[in-house]
Design a protein around this ligand. Structure first.
Ligand code: DSN
Length: 426
């Protein structure tokens, strides 16, 4: 077979881009080489609809063991009683939970996308806002903190079937106990989407949702530093409390309803090569090295946030408890879009982001979201954060200065040479 040089050249170019730049997109990370190697393996050739020990196709004895290892390791990491590692993404994980427990038209209550929430928590352009009836809570205009009182008020008024907590641009921890109390008042399930901070929760550095939330979903590629994918967990399996029935009229345990919702509900054959890579990343998370990594994420985020505050930047909520921060740029007279553009010209990647009560559209935005998981994997420490913030500040304050941008890009490329990425790949 002729080699597809075009695509392999592009993969090479992407490797160089990742090596040269400072990656501040809060949801990105760099997997280990062994996670990547596990992803590119012969298990991609195998169909395995079903679950370990109960598949629809023959020849699954080996992938059964690999998937079971992924499940067992995830249970160990989070102290979970139930894990489904088949969701192809976080969005699929959320879709499966909703399919398992909701009927079309049922009410859900999530954090508003423009306040830091996620598309799959009820956005009008997403299945979650089209199939179900979405309602939203938000953050306080002054403090930037989630308004649990408002959540309670809306829950009591609307009586949602599901309350979703978790966010993609919220830098503070969550009060899962309070959310469960609110849900219990109205007979709602609670889904904690921990896609962003999962790695910090895994190491006990943030509150754990498992004792309070019925379902916990996550991606596996953000702070967890695994392959791109998703996962659904429960702290304890339970009989469904609201008597949800299957199409055959049976009342089944929640684990069974979730398994059925993933397959055959929303997916076909699982990606067993990716599940193998998930297992490898879980093996790494169970190590002491990963504990050091998770702690370093917090140190780096704290140092970065302090440097921004020292330069007069307004971080929503005034700081961070986790790996990311959302900065309102309105006092700096630059839009999120322009900021993203100038940063990327200097090989610093971050994303524009709406801030709470934004007066600009999602295409322009008033903010940028910055995160440290990827640069922490590269080996950067607290003492490097001031330098990064300095470059970001210079670029944002003089965003059309081509000479400055070129100069900083050179400095960034040079600086990142100290932190080799995939040296084995040549
Ligand atoms: N795209 C992810 C993020 O950047 O947070 C959420 O799905």
């Amino acid at each position: 077979m002729q080699r597809d040089q075009q695509i392999f050249d592009l993969i090479g170019q992407e490797l160089q881009r990742q090596r040269h730049g400072i990656e501040l997109i809060a949801s990105e990370n760099f997997t280990s080489l062994q996670v990547m190697q596990a992803m590119g393996n012969v298990m991609t050739n195998k169909y395995a609809e079903g679950y370990p020990g109960r598949r629809y196709y023959a020849g699954c004895e080996i992938v059964d063991q690999s998937e079971q290892l992924a499940i067992d390791r995830a249970k160990q990491i989070f102290g979970a009683a139930y894990v489904n590692v088949q969701p192809h993404s976080g969005a699929q994980a959320n879709a499966a939970v909703m399919l398992a427990i909701l009927q079309p038209g049922d009410k859900i209550l999530g954090l508003d996308l423009s306040m830091g929430g996620h598309l799959t928590h009820g956005s009008a352009v997403n299945y979650s806002g089209k199939l179900y009836q979405p309602h939203f809570y938000g953050v306080n205009k002054e403090t930037g903190l989630v308004e649990y009182d408002k959540m309670e008020e809306i829950a009591n008024r609307e009586k949602p079937k599901l309350i979703v907590c978790g966010a993609s641009a919220y830098s503070r921890d969550w009060d899962y106990k309070r959310i469960r109390q609110i849900a219990d008042q109205v007979g709602a399930f609670v889904l904690a989407d921990i896609a962003h901070p999962a790695g910090l929760i895994a190491k006990g550095l943030l509150n754990s949702p498992f004792a309070h939330c019925h379902f916990v979903t996550t991606t596996t590629h953000k702070t967890l530093r695994g392959p791109r994918g998703g996962m659904i967990m429960m702290g304890a399996d339970f009989e469904n409390p609201f008597g949800l029935k299957t199409p055959k009229g049976e009342i089944r345990m929640m684990s069974s309803l979730i398994d059925t919702a993933v397959f055959p509900g929303i997916q076909g054959g699982p990606l067993e090569h990716v599940i193998a890579a998930k297992a490898v990343s879980f093996f790494e998370i169970l190590s002491d090295d990963y504990t050091v990594y998770a702690n370093q994420i917090l140190k780096n985020a704290q140092a970065m946030a302090k440097s921004f505050v020292d330069k007069g930047y307004q971080i929503i909520s005034g700081g961070t408890d986790n790996h990311l921060m959302l900065i309102d740029l309105r006092n700096k007279n630059i839009s999120g879009k322009k900021a993203e553009q100038v940063l990327v010209q200097a090989d610093i990647t971050a994303n524009k982001n709406m801030v709470p009560f934004d007066d600009k559209s999602a295409f322009i935005t008033s903010g940028i979201r910055l995160g440290v998981p990827a640069i922490t994997t590269r080996g950067l420490k607290e003492e490097h954060m001031g330098q990064i913030v300095d470059w970001v500040d210079q670029l944002l304050m003089d965003a059309d200065n081509e000479t400055l941008i070129k100069g900083i890009r050179g400095e960034v490329n040079n600086f990142m040479k100290q932190f080799p990425l995939y040296p084995e790949l040549g």
